[in-house]
Unconditional design. Structure first.
Length: 122
């Protein structure tokens, strides 16, 4: 699994792309200059890095996502559980609930998720 971790500034830049896509690379340069106070070279350097990670693509001067915001979050979560808990979701949930007790609503949501998963639904 590719390393999808982004630093805070890269995350902010990714949000700009997701919010504005499809966006021309020229527009992105102006947006990053306005929102992040970046120079053109910085924008292209970070964009290239995010494209190499497989999150975005820049084809014909138009930047679009290869991973939606939701897919990115899902993969990043999977990566965290894999690296930290050897891929064990129960181990993650055990660690998580040691410090934060689940509300009844959260428990109900998790039970519905488990039942949908048992039935093979998304």
């Amino acid at each position: 699994m590719a390393d999808l971790r982004l630093g805070p500034v890269e995350s902010r830049f990714a949000e700009l792309i997701w919010d504005g896509e499809p966006i021309s690379s020229t527009e992105l340069v102006h947006l990053a200059e306005r929102e992040l106070e970046w120079k053109k070279s910085t924008t292209y350097t970070v964009l290239k890095r995010l494209c190499e990670k497989g999150i975005f693509q820049n084809e014909g001067g138009v930047v679009t996502s290869r991973l939606s915001r939701e897919e990115y979050a899902a993969r990043q979560s999977e990566q965290f559980v894999e690296e930290t808990f050897s891929g064990s979701l129960p181990a993650f949930l055990t660690a998580f609930t040691r410090r934060k007790k689940l509300t009844e609503e959260e428990i109900d949501q998790l039970q519905r998720l488990i039942e949908r998963n048992r039935r093979g639904e998304e």
